[in-house]
Design a protein. Sequence first.
Length: 391
Amino acid sequence: MRSIWVVTLVVLGGLGTARADDAVDYIKDAKLFYRVVACRGSDPLPPGIDTATVDKHCAEQNKRYEALEKRYLKPAAEFFAPLRPAKLPTTVVYAFGGGDLMSALLTYPDAREITTISLEHAGDPTRLAGLDKPRLAVALQAYRDASSGLLTLHDSTSENMRKLEKGGIPGQLSFHITGMAVMGYEPVSLKFFKLNTDGTLHYYTQTEIEALAKSIAKKVKYGWVDTDFSEAFNNMELTIRKAGDPKAPLIVHRHFAANLANKPFVDTGLEKHLVAKGKIAALTKAASYLIHDDGFTKVRDYLLANMVWMPSDSTGIDPRAAKKAGFEQVTYGAYKGAFLKEANVDVANAMMKLWSSQPYRKLPFRYGYPDSDSNIHLMITQPASPPEPKK
């Protein structure tokens, strides 16, 4: 017994050393999610996976994908193409971006590194392969129910994401793989890591993952939900490329399970990791207006100090804070008030003033929340134009 404890302590005590090259690569499991959950690729199903159940699931999902293409992917791609500045950073940070790799890829097609951060854990990739027919059917139905918001409203509710913090098809892993699949990408590798206190990443080896097997991942915020899988699967690194093109550039997507409130964020490995990226492109949407709250000022300050361009809905940067930091905001669609009653009233009023001060600009798709009158809206936060010289 003592020898087991010694091995475990050695493994967990040396978490500052493992590199990405040393990590366990779950690409086989990622490809299974790609084929079974995201309904892409043509790999034959493993013997234990029921073909009829997968075919039924994919028939329903493909109908959603067709509608998604018409309603969101095509119009949004055409909308952003002429607006994105040239030479944007290829590093993207999507705060409060749980499950929504799709929108990051859509907004920033030239990205090479994408970071999403939310309260939800990445999830255990190994369970899908072991689901028998009845459990597979139940898990896929639960996933279709939970992913409906992502595929019809282009973002996911906290309630839906909480439902998939347990079970055979974990939410963040499956949402992100679905998102990259509908955008035309395929998985190249899938690894898991933890953050060191200095902001560097430690990638888990097989020995470490085995040592952590019984250490269950806990909720990162009071009132959220615990998982039923190992804490080794909290944070993931999913590397992707355009499907069918081995020479296509690689995109590294990392998802962090973290609370972005001031106290758990400030002076942590996550804050240091983000700051080390330097200048970034950013986005946020459907973010429960948290960035307007006094308890989330530090992540807002991080964005204002490091971002160069940021599309969002009205859950983005307070117009007063943006102006003070040297940004201007261009509005699209209409905004008459906050979608959720929990929104900060002063910020909502500042948003209404912002929209009313600008001409109406058409928005052909939903990007985050509607407003209190169901109007779709979007704003772009960008460096303020220099004042015109006096004549």
